[in-house]
Design a protein around this ligand. Sequence first.
Ligand code: HPA
Length: 270
Amino acid sequence: MIEKIKETVAFLRSKNITEPIVGIVLGTGLGQLAGHIKTEVSIDYADIPNFPLATVESHSGKLIYGELGSKKVLALQGRFHLYEGYNFSEITFPIRILKELGVQNLLISNAAGAINLNYTKGDLFLIDDHINLQGGSPLAEKGIEKLGPRFVDMSAPYSKELNTKLKEIAATKNITLNEGVYAAVVGPQLETRAEYRYLKIIGADAVGMSTVPEVIVANQLELPCVAISVLTDACDPDNLLPINIPEIMELAGKAEPKLNILFTELIKSL
Ligand code: HPA
């Protein structure tokens, strides 16, 4: 792994990705922010040594380096999921690369279902804490201690300081920002009614299929991170409608400008 990281980092530096300060992971249907970056370098994942390939069509699979909010940012447009058949090491490899390239803060977005029925579809959700239901860890690997500690503290996985800033920005901009616990499942099938009931009972406010492995690795690397979900569907076990993926994508797209404001203003403030 260390050799692979070195090789990938050397390749990206040779492409003039030299001083990124902020790393961004853009979730499903949430690639618009990349369009706001004053792009200096854009590389397809397929052309980056050791990078897994993005497989889901809604993820275009590009690394974008440039300026946003007058800071140098490095954005991953398209992430890797367990449900695509990748393992925990593969889906978190890009986070290790961001850190090695010098990124000091990590901003993550995703689409999630609202378990907490006080939330409204299309609203944003600030992840304050999480429950890992993915049945594994990116740190449960032979030799992991060469990359950082194995027994990583998770008492505050999301940066309190950055979350406070995001809440202030949301208030100033009149953007509703719910806050709570995100549960990560493997997917790709959606949850049953019984599973939604269970998620509520165990204390989840939202559910999705990503983010937690990346956050675990960010914590191992002592990389402060924040994550915001776009709530794309109401997970009401007593009135559950069949899943409508086009509607989820449409809702994600509609909510995206709000997310872009929060991330851009946060980057400006760093
Ligand atoms: N469950 C899991 N992942 C999701 C959902 C959901 O209801 N909505 C968007 N991503």
